[in-house]
Design a protein around this ligand. Structure first.
Ligand SMILES: [Zn+2]
Length: 86
């Protein structure tokens, strides 16, 4: 089942990529790979979401230096937003 560009955009706007069911991620991944129109844009959105996710995980674990450099204020805002959405 191939998703349309509109469906991919909607799904990414409403959900975080890494929280979607695996079958949904695969369908989306395939679309992004084969679609020259929205592929590049959505790849950036996914990378950004993953980056924030990784950052928060590492911060919780207190290990590795995060790959994203955010100010304390920006980090706080993201953390609060994520908490509220859960
Ligand atoms: Zn597309």
């Amino acid at each position: 089942m191939i998703m349309t560009c509109k469906q991919v955009a909607k799904a990414l706007a409403e959900n975080r990529y890494y929280e979607m069911p695996w079958n949904r991620r695969i369908t989306m991944f395939i679309h992004i790979r084969i679609c020259a129109v929205c592929g590049r844009y959505h790849q950036q959105v996914i990378d950004m979401q993953k980056g924030i996710h990784d950052y928060l995980e590492h911060e919780d674990a207190g290990d590795i230096t995060p790959t994203l450099q955010l100010s304390d204020e920006a980090r706080q805002r993201i953390a609060e937003k994520l908490k509220k959405e859960k």
